[in-house]
Ligand binder design. Structure first.
Ligand code: HEC
Ligand code: HEC
Length: 281
């Protein structure tokens, strides 16, 4: 699907401004969401230059696992560092993870001769990637988005939110935690851009000659299991398969044509609000 850039760019820019501003510069100390934590007063290495140094170090030492954008990598198991962190909620907590690693995982401590200042610069960099969702101003309206989700958009045919909806796409109950508003918009405008292997589809012709198409649930050297659109599971022995085709595209339609800019904005606001903790207004 080609995307009409003249249409996407203005929406992206509108969405992106608050996020970029919050993402690139750190908060003034008084506005910092966690400024109440006494131990957090400790990071003296928090200027834009420190953040840049932290970024540089990150690219050299951390990006091979966490990715250049720090959004994580399924293959290495390294988590996304741009949303809420699982193991740390304070600057000191992040410092300790980098200093000490996470025992029993691939997350090793930094070398002992790396000075504390460098570790604090990494903390400042990671901190700059996160933003307080409550302070992101979005053009759309989450409540209208929620109605579109279940109604005109047909999103709930495929997506589950808090136990309601279909299983033909990922559960979106907490999608707001790890995605920026731009990611969410792009997921609706260009679904093919990034499709996790779980959502690839295969088309197989078995010994009975019948064509079956569905998500590739399991595959090993000898067998293949797919789930079709009605949630039926089909197992094949590979030696019986006459013909086999794999599609690495999304089964989700693009909404560039079928929804207006303001409807897309409303859906972004709704999706962004989906998280474990409700955003205080
Ligand atoms: C060899 C791969 C690898 C490298 C290199 C690596 N990490 Fe990690 N990191 C991981 C994995 C895997 C985890 C998840 C550990 C767990 O909690 O199970 C992790 C977890 C983390 C966490 C905690 C995330 C959370 O949600 O609480 C932080 C912070 C972190 N890494 C920062 C860094 C920084 C900074 C560097 C570079 C100095 C770095 N990592 C280098 C693999 C790596
Ligand atoms: C025909 C089924 C189907 C419909 C209808 C559908 N989706 Fe999807 N959606 C998927 C599948 C499959 C994926 C995973 C593959 C991909 O990333 O495109 C997905 C992915 C997504 C993602 C990215 C999730 C992630 O974890 O990265 C978002 C966000 C999303 N859909 C939102 C929506 C919204 C909002 C609507 C309605 C406007 C919608 N979807 C309609 C099937 C569907």
């Amino acid at each position: 699907m080609m995307i009409k850039l003249d249409r996407v760019l203005p929406i992206l820019l509108r969405l992106a401004v608050p996020v970029l501003v919050l993402g690139l510069f750190s908060y003034p100390p008084g506005l910092r969401p966690n400024s109440a934590h006494a131990e957090d007063a400790g990071n003296l290495y928090n200027t834009p230059i420190d953040i840049r140094m932290g970024n540089r170090y990150f690219e050299r030492q951390c990006s091979r696992c966490h990715g250049f954008d720090a959004k994580g990598n399924d293959e290495t198991g390294a988590p996304n560092l741009t949303g809420r962190l699982r193991r740390a909620s304070t600057h000191t907590g992040i410092f300790n993870i980098i200093r000490e690693g996470v025992p029993g995982t691939a997350m090793l401590p930094v070398a002992a001769d790396v000075p504390d200042a460098t570790v604090w610069q990494l903390v400042a960099y990671i901190d700059s990637l996160r933003y307080d969702p409550a302070s992101v101003e979005l053009a759309g309206d989450a409540e209208t988005g929620s109605k579109l989700f279940a109604g005109k958009g047909n999103c709930s045919d495929c997506h589950m939110v808090n136990g309601r909806g279909g299983r033909l796409g990922p559960d979106l109950s907490r999608i707001g935690e790890n995605k920026t508003p731009e990611d969410l918009l792009m997921a609706m405008m260009d679904p093919d851009q990034e499709v996790a292997p779980r959502w690839w589809t295969v088309r197989a012709v078995g010994a009975d000659g019948v064509i079956r198409e569905g998500f590739r649930m399991n595959e090993d050297s000898f067998s293949l299991r797919i789930m079709d659109i009605d949630s039926n599971l089909w197992s094949f022995q590979k030696r019986d398969i006459e013909n086999y085709e794999r599609r690495e595209k999304s089964t989700m339609p693009s909404y560039v044509e079928s929804l207006s800019d303001s409807e897309l904005n409303d859906l972004v606001a709704y999706l962004f609000s989906l998280r474990r903790e409700v955003i205080a207004q």
